[in-house]
Design a protein. Structure first.
Length: 103
């Protein structure tokens, strides 16, 4: 009877260890995926802003207007990069909290 209970406890410990290891592995992938997603968002925003800036510059009537439009496009790129960085930081914090058991 005792051997059966010991085996059950050992089986439960193994299951718990397997679940923990799977959770840690999954948690390790979240920052990587978040970084890739954030980088993709930044690249897309940059490409969109550059395309928009090129269109605006091509249709601009004066150098002053072109400079203003380019500055606006660059400001939008920086804003998007800041947002992507913020989202990445939040994802990393979430994962770390999950790994250390705060959430």
């Amino acid at each position: 009877m005792n051997e059966k209970r010991i085996q059950q406890v050992l089986d439960l410990e193994k299951q718990a260890r397997d679940i923990y290891e799977a959770s840690v592995s999954e948690a390790a992938q979240i920052p990587v995926a978040a970084e890739k997603e954030a980088q993709a968002l930044v690249e897309k925003a940059r490409a969109d802003a550059e395309a928009e800036a090129r269109e605006l510059v091509a249709s601009a009537q004066s150098q002053e207007e072109s400079t203003r439009m380019l500055a606006e496009a660059e400001a939008r790129v920086k804003q998007t990069e800041t947002l992507a960085g913020s989202n990445f930081d939040r994802a990393v914090t979430y994962v770390l909290n999950r790994v250390i058991g705060r959430e």
